[in-house]
Design a protein around this ligand. Structure first.
Ligand code: SF4
Ligand code: FES
Length: 239
């Protein structure tokens, strides 16, 4: 049996000086298997053409549709409206990131700054010879690296982290996960001392308060806390 659901969403355009933050309420018929992506598309096409939110893949791959859904950071395309028994759903944009409009935030600039800050690339003195096959690594090491590479840059771990909300330069679980990924990869020649130079401070590994919210909200179930603990042990050992 279908039911009517009520979706409340923040409406605010910070680049319009006449705009003030308000909540808009939308009532719609729930359909079987309805996700927040489907519900928002219905609202945008038939109730409020002005409501702004981001989507690309609809399949939990692009990381674009993160928002706060009844108080928790989640992907709208992977969240069923039926999860909410009351039929009342409140939507807010992700905190920490710059608000573009309504439910749309700029995760890209944050991710770019973090990537540059942690040097998120392989660092090696080896000359790359593309005529040769890539230097092989042990399968279990490759698996561990691929596991950490599954991050989709959705920003949910950042939005759920108290340190990231308080300290704008904190690299977040995603940044620390990147460092762990490169420290495991034998293609990268950086030493623990080199990594310490990047994350050995309160905006890095020592800023994490181990509240676990990053891992609780990661839609890809990345082992964020164990990798943060792994890097912290390594960094504490650097003289
Ligand atoms: S670590 Fe998880 S929550 Fe954080 S950006 Fe990557 S996929 Fe999203
Ligand atoms: S639309 Fe791509 S992750 Fe949701």
């Amino acid at each position: 049996m279908s039911r009517e659901i009520t979706i409340t969403a923040l409406k605010y355009n910070p680049s319009d000086e006449n705009s003030t933050p308000t909540f808009a309420e939308y009532k719609l018929e729930e359909t079987p298997g309805m996700t927040l992506y489907i519900a928002l598309t219905k609202i945008k096409t038939s109730i409020d053409h002005d409501l702004t939110s981001d989507f690309v893949c609809r399949a939990g791959i692009c990381g674009a549709c993160g928002m706060v859904i009844n108080g928790k950071p989640k992907l709208a395309c992977k969240t069923l409206t039926s999860e909410f028994e009351s039929g009342k759903i409140e939507l807010l944009p992700l905190p920490t990131f710059e608000l573009i409009k309504d439910l749309s935030v700029d995760t890209g600039s944050w991710m770019n700054k973090m990537s540059i800050r942690v040097n998120s690339w392989i660092v090696s003195n080896e000359k790359v010879d593309i005529s040769k096959i890539e230097q092989p690594i042990e399968p279990e090491v490759a698996e561990e690296v691929f596991e950490l590479d599954r991050c989709i840059e959705c920003g949910l771990c950042v939005a759920s982290c108290s340190t990231a909300i308080m300290k704008k330069d904190f690299v977040g679980a995603i940044g620390l996960n990147r460092i762990a990924r490169f420290s495991i990869d034998p293609h990268d020649q950086r030493t623990d001392e080199d990594f310490y130079e990047i994350i050995g401070d309160d905006e890095g590994i020592f800023g994490c308060m181990s509240l676990l919210a990053c891992e609780d909200h990661c839609p890809k179930n990345l082992p964020l806390q164990s990798k943060i603990a792994y890097m912290r042990r390594k960094m504490v050992g650097v003289k």
